[in-house]
Design a protein around this ligand. Sequence first.
Ligand SMILES: [Zn+2]
Length: 158
Amino acid sequence: MKYVMYALFLLLTACGAWVPEELPMQVDMDEALPSHVKENILIVAERFEAAIGRPIVFVTERAGGSRPGRVHIRYATSGEVREGSGGHAVSSHDRCVVALVPPTRPNATPGKVLIMHELLHCLGYDHAEKGSDSIMAPNAGKGVLTAEIVDELRQRSE
Ligand SMILES: [Zn+2]
């Protein structure tokens, strides 16, 4: 089974497909993000490490003009903003972009729970049941990084 998984991994890598299983996940922050948002992103990486027991997210800063990395966090453009949403993550064939809604709108501060929720989308997690405490509830619930997610990420990062 392990060989099959490895072969699949190589195949996906060779095709340039988005492989959320690849840990640690390399994340770059848009240079234009304000420093308090960048700080929150770094704290989220530390929280992942504290929960999982090893680093699973490596964060770097992307200098202006250079090509964004496979996982890129930036502010959403006005056309991307959806009512009642603080941000979203979009995965394409070779990358995952997290677009955070700039905090000029009501109830739309890009906080640590939201950033962790969006990065978990990049790691391949879909929404949990609405109304659950899980950080993967549609509204990030009570922000709980569930034992199920922790165990799964621990296994994936071994
Ligand atoms: Zn979501």
